[in-house]
Write a protein that binds this ligand. Structure first.
Ligand SMILES: Nc1ncnc2c1ncn2[C@@H]1O[C@H](COP(=O)(O)OP(=O)(O)O)[C@@H](O)[C@H]1O
Ligand SMILES: [Mg+2]
Length: 274
């Protein structure tokens, strides 16, 4: 059975793309057939982790009735040093402004509803014809049309929070307004705390509501989880080398012994992902 995991957040820059791409590579490396989909259609960046520009983008599939799923899939399996039967495919989203606009508003030829129908077709084809074990979906922050479409097809929603830059009230409101409509239908949602107690960021956080600075103690994090109404699936520290690197790369493939890679490994092996 295919599992769909979507990464979402309230604010931008929380680590969705980084963690999604690393998790996808780890799962593929461990024998799974993984399809990594860039549904951050408003500000796509997944392709920068792979240094690949596709000829046919995810947008083309959604916009053009005749486009085939196989045309938008980039086979990235050759990046995996030892994948046994695992496969890693990605569908990238086009960062060009006019392409973003077409998906945002729909176009003369394609209403938003038609685009959504194509997205559902894409998902079904990946599950049935491409025998996907995993769909890993990267989304845009906040309450946006394509984020909601993506969350609607997810079995597991990971709400990624970046420590030090939290908006607890906004996050809670978003979770209350949107997540419950999916979790009522059986999806599971969890918090994924990123950049906790690292060296790059101080272990404090400034509350967006009262502007007070509070330490990021385990008690604080437990209260946060209670406030937002979700369990914590993972707490990933901040690593300076990842934070300050000039370009994005997949730690899991380049430095498999890095502590960040170990964090991805334990996330992948969590019973809610496996
Ligand atoms: N645990 C971490 N430690 C250090 N840097 C991180 C960590 N997670 C993500 N980053 C960095 O933070 C930046 C934002 O991450 P990104 O995945 O692009 O966020 P999002 O997709 O949510 O906008 C990237 O430069 C990424 O390399
Ligand atoms: Mg991103």
């Amino acid at each position: 059975m295919t599992k769909s995991v979507a990464f979402h957040s309230y604010k931008g820059g929380t680590g969705k793309t980084t963690i999604a791409a690393n998790l996808a590579a780890y799962l593929a490396q461990n024998g799974q057939r993984v399809f990594l989909l860039d549904l951050d259609v408003y500000a796509p960046s997944l392709h920068t982790y792979f240094d690949k520009e596709p000829k046919v983008w995810l947008n083309d599939y959604l916009n053009v009735e005749g486009k085939r799923v196989k045309d938008i899939l980039q086979d990235l399996s050759d990046l995996l040093p030892d994948a046994s039967n695992g496969k890693l495919y990605a569908a990238f989203s086009n960062p060009k402004k006019e392409e973003i606009n077409k998906l945002e508003a729909g176009s003369q030829n394609n209403s938003r509803l038609q685009l959504l129908r194509r997205f559902v077709e894409l998902r079904e084809e990946l599950m049935e014809d491409f025998d996907a074990d995993y769909l890993i979906i990267d989304t845009s922050p906040g309450i946006r049309h394509w984020s909601i479409n993506s969350l609607a097809v997810a079995d597991t929603i990971l709400l990624t929070l970046k420590m030090g830059d939290l908006d607890v009230r906004g996050t809670k409101k978003m979770a209350d307004e949107i997540y419950t409509s999916f979790t009522d239908f059986g999806a599971k949602s969890f918090l994924l705390m990123n950049r906790v107690d690292g060296f790059c960021l101080p272990s404090v956080h400034t509350d967006a509501v009262d502007n007070k600075t509070r330490p990021l103690t385990p008690d604080y994090l437990a209260q946060l989880s209670k406030d937002v109404g979700m369990g914590v699936l993972s707490s990933i520290p901040c690593y300076c080398d990842i934070q300050f690197s000039k370009r994005e790369y997949l730690t899991i493939l380049q430095y498999p012994d890095h502590p960040f890679a170990k964090q991805i490994e334990s996330l992948a092996n969590d019973q809610n992902i496996r």
